[in-house]
Design a binder for this molecule. Structure first.
Ligand SMILES: Cc1ncc(COP(=O)(O)O)c(C=O)c1O
Length: 457
């Protein structure tokens, strides 16, 4: 019976969606039902085509159609659709992928563990830090420092790391041991007359103060995205990473860099760490690892870290961690093919070539009365909507300005992601061409115009 309902109704009645207003979904059904895609376009159930302005969720690096990736998945499914990686068992593709990833890391990394999502990679890292510290005779080192508006995932520990209050509220989270620093959104939070460098120095001082108040010997790690993504595409200001890394070095803090979004070209560098001169001790990546054709993530760390883990595994008998689908053969085959494609088409080079065009077009939107700020790197730009450009005053959240711009953009043919209160995270697939960027920007401008006409005056 229920299968005969229209798809929209099947979804409205039976499907529970994450990061969604459940009551609204129950009343209105899905905002969009995407049925197919090609290039940078998605097609919806009602036959409309939209340019994807946020790459799925920052993951569809190669867009929505790729015969080579599909063939790699099919070949692997035909040959070996599954093999576990528990109990020291392996298969060819995962061994190859592990070696390949360590060889291409931003700074030398020696070991890789595979998971199925970014959340799981970060969650595993938290566990491994605690595990490792026990091996080193420092079990008290449990505090994890991250930043407000950071996004590290949804599992219990990874979400505690995330600096997204709506993901903590009414879950009784975050867990203890998770400490937060300010987001480096210079535009929103700088004080009158404060330069970017001064702002960066103030945030680094906040970091140092927290380290001293906590006790450096209590700290397990500092986790950060090179550029905050789920927080609204927040470009770190001048001097920020230099100042933060000086604190990291001064107190010998383990630095975990989350490359789940930045990895594989988003910033115009293969890794976000390269874009901002970061020196991670460990790193996680996902999303573009398989161009989002298969759920897979990788966690990389160095040999000394691994040697401490070996010590614990000797004591316990095994590394007591893992997922059934860790290192899935189809995911590994797709990832290897995606990495080949990235090299062959010089994806990073393409991002660098179109990036100035993209960023200029985004910055040009700042002449619009609704746009207070637009800044980014590569194909990754955060746009902040404001009520008063002079004072940076924001609209009453109840007006849902970001949501309205998003809806107007959808109506015009651009699939967009607004992040409350009023930021737009603009991050198209990495294969996008300049003409497609122009089309996307024109639709966005029209959407801004229509919202301004509604509420502006
Ligand atoms: C920077 C970052 N880290 C981790 C995650 C979590 O990844 P996943 O949704 O695959 O669990 C995300 C998700 O968007 C992310 O943006």
């Amino acid at each position: 019976m229920s299968a005969q309902l229209p798809l929209i109704e099947q979804d409205r009645l039976f499907h529970v969606h994450g990061q969604t207003n459940l009551r609204q979904h129950g009343e209105q059904g899905p905002a969009v039902m995407v049925t197919e895609g090609h290039g940078v376009y998605i097609k919806t159930e009602d036959g409309r085509e939209l340019i994807d302005g946020f790459s799925g969720l920052g993951c569809t690096s190669l867009g929505y159609h790729n015969e080579r990736l599909a063939a790699a998945a099919k070949k692997q499914m035909d040959t070996l659709p599954f093999a576990p990686t528990f109990y020291g068992r392996s298969h060819p593709r995962v061994a190859e992928l592990a070696a390949r990833l360590t060889a291409m890391a931003a700074v030398p990394m020696d070991r890789v563990m595979f998971q199925c999502s970014g959340s799981e990679a970060n969650d595993a890292m938290i566990k491994f830090l605690w595990y490792r510290n026990i091996a080193r005779g420092q079990p008290q080192r449990r505090k994890l420092i991250s930043r407000w508006r950071g996004y590290y995932g949804n599992t219990v520990a990874a979400v505690s790391l995330s600096g997204q209050p709506h993901m903590h509220a009414n879950f009784g989270l975050p867990m203890d041991d998770f400490l937060k620093l300010s987001t480096p959104n210079y535009y929103r939070f700088h004080e009158a007359g404060e330069s970017e460098l001064e702002f960066s120095a103030r945030l680094a001082q906040e970091f140092e103060d927290l380290v001293l108040a906590t006790g450096p010997d209590q700290i397990a790690a500092f986790f950060a995205e090179p550029m905050q993504s789920g927080g609204g595409a927040i470009l770190p200001p001048n001097g920020y990473w230099e100042a933060m890394q000086a604190v990291i070095r001064k107190y010998d803090i383990h630095f975990h860099v989350d490359e789940v979004v930045c990895g594989f070209g988003r910033t115009g560098y293969r890794w976000g760490a390269e874009a901002f001169g970061l020196e991670p001790d460990s790193t996680s990546c996902a999303k573009a690892l398989t161009a989002a054709f298969f759920p897979m993530s990788a966690l990389m760390f160095k040999e000394d870290f691994y040697q401490d883990m070996i010590q614990n595994s000797d004591e316990v008998g095994v590394l007591g961690h893992g997922f059934t689908y860790s290192g899935h053969p189809v995911g590994a085959a797709v990832a290897l093919e995606a990495l080949d494609i990235y090299d062959e088409i010089d994806l990073v080079g393409h991002v660098r070539e179109v990036s100035p065009h993209f960023l200029d077009a985004c910055r040009a939107l700042m002449d619009h009365p609704l746009v207070g700020d637009a800044r980014g790197i590569g194909l990754f730009c955060g746009i902040e909507l404001v009520k008063d450009k002079r004072t940076r005053e924001q609209y009453d959240p109840a007006l849902k300005i970001g949501q309205r711009v998003q809806d107007a953009a959808h109506a015009g043919g651009l699939y967009l992601r607004s992040i409350p209160p009023d930021r737009i995270s603009f991050m198209p697939p990495l294969i996008i061409e300049k003409t497609e960027i122009d089309d996307a920007i024109a639709i966005l401008r029209k959407a801004l115009d229509s919202v301004w006409a509604e509420i502006g005056a």
